[in-house]
Design a protein around this ligand. Structure first.
Ligand code: URA
Length: 434
């Protein structure tokens, strides 16, 4: 295999064969192909795209670079993946809700990406909580608790781990074929038989419009099904942060309250219920997925699973009984509305970046994280505010940085002098299984 020849072929818009991708990726992992040649190949893929067949082949090459976990066929394994949003704590909700209904949720999750928060960062705000487990321990957690949320180990899809890091610094993240191979290889290798993808669309998402989201959905579903995984997609609106809180510990606290049945945000409730319903549906449990059952789960059953999950992964489960034990920021900064009006647009991406500025996320791996930093932002598109009312509150541990971030967040809200129609949180659904 001549790497330059393959780069030229892709650069000229011609498809690559599975064997060629296999040879290229394994040579890269063995350091026989340097970073600059892999970077050139990624850029060629970015501009020249891939056929669905190529995407499936690349997904397979990624999977085969490491170990593949499997669960007994009679376990109802189902995972939920989000393509990344702001205030998105739904993994903490749907996993215990589905597990409380007899599904098993093996979830390999990520840390934050760009302006979006990461489930692992949120969970690591619980004192003692661990996310690094061997595959054998991961399987044991799924068996004992019904759910586990862990980090990708060194042995699971090492090709993605290394290539993703290179994409991150070479401007090749936003490539649909590369996103598909990256997401689906991990979701297939983790062993879940079923998968629901919460495909975020809008200003705060990586997919800014529906046509792009639909193309990605098609690639994700085809890749999953090529490996025997049943995949459904929910398109959800990311034009506003999800729920009322954005950050790490503050989102865990909001999730715990939700599981207690203390629901303050209608969008979060609706999307959580739909994802839970589809997770059960994929597992052949549609009959159980009623509104009544959902509400009953919020009277203690799902919370009990969550408590066992936190304890099993080394976390201090007392936070479940008393979320005030979670770390809290010493400084609170009000974010006043600059004018009267209706919220017309929210730059959720800007909010995500403002929160990174106060330590709620990382720009680089070695940046310090402040688990307590976050914001309470309950207003959605269509909400009416008056000058001086609070758009929200910022919580942080550094006043000057906090003041700047609060100002930036205020600037993320566009107000209209005319009434604005609220937007739906669910934009569509693609699921041929239920
Ligand atoms: N999430 C992933 O795991 N990979 C991508 O490429 C994008 C989002």
């Amino acid at each position: 295999m001549n790497p330059v020849e393959l780069i030229l072929r892709k650069r000229n818009g011609l498809p690559l064969l599975r064997e060629e991708m296999q040879a290229f990726v394994s040579a890269y992992l063995n350091d026989a192909i340097p970073e600059y040649q892999m970077a050139a190949m990624l850029m060629a893929i970015f501009f020249r795209d891939m056929t669905p067949e190529e995407v499936q082949a690349l997904t397979g090459v990624y999977i085969e670079s490491g170990e593949r976990i499997s669960f007994p066929a009679d376990w109802l394994t189902v995972d939920k993946h989000s393509t990344g949003g702001v205030g998105d704590k739904l993994s903490l909700l749907v996993a215990p809700l589905a597990a409380a209904c007899g599904c098993r949720v093996p979830m390999i999750s990520g840390r934050g990406l760009g302006h979006t928060g990461g489930t692992l960062y949120k969970l690591e705000s619980v004192p003692g909580f661990r996310t690094g487990f061997s595959s054998a321990d991961f399987k044991r957690l799924v068996e004992d608790v019904g759910m586990a949320i862990v980090a990708q180990s060194e042995r699971l899809v090492p090709a993605d781990k290394r290539i993703y890091a290179l994409r991150d610094v070479t401007g090749t993240v936003e490539s649909l074929p590369l996103i598909t191979a990256s997401i689906m290889s991990k979701k297939i290798a983790e062993g879940a038989a079923n998968l629901i993808i919460d495909l975020k669309v809008g200003a705060g998402a990586f997919m800014k419009d529906m046509p792009t989201a639909q193309r990605l959905a098609g690639l994700l579903i085809a890749a999953g099904e090529a490996f025997g995984q049943r995949v459904g997609v929910v398109y959800s609106n990311m034009n506003a942060p999800l729920g009322d809180w954005v950050g790490n510990a503050v989102e865990v606290r909001e999730a715990i309250r939700f599981l207690y049945g203390h629901v303050t945000s209608g969008d979060q409730f609706e999307l959580t219920r739909l994802l839970w319903r589809d997770m059960l549906g994929l597992c052949g449990k549609s009959a159980e997925a009623t509104d009544e059952r959902f509400e009953a789960l919020l009277r203690g059953e799902a919370l009990e699973v969550f408590r066992r999950f936190v304890a099993a992964q080394g976390g201090d489960a007392r936070v479940v009984d008393n979320p005030n034990l979670l770390t809290a920021a010493p400084i609170e900064i009000p974010i006043p509305a600059p004018d009267n009006g209706w919220v017309q647009a929210i730059d959720s991406q800007g909010i995500g970046y403002a929160l990174i500025d106060v330590g709620a996320g990382r720009r680089r791996l070695d940046d310090a994280l402040d688990y307590a930093a976050g914001a309470h932002l309950p207003h959605k598109i269509g909400a009416e505010v008056r000058r001086g009312d609070l758009l929200g509150r910022l919580y942080c541990s550094h006043r000057a940085k906090g003041e700047a971030a609060a100002q930036r967040i205020a600037g993320c809200y566009k107000l209209s002098s005319e009434k604005v129609v609220p937007q739906p949180v669910v934009l569509g659904r693609l699921n041929r299984w239920c």
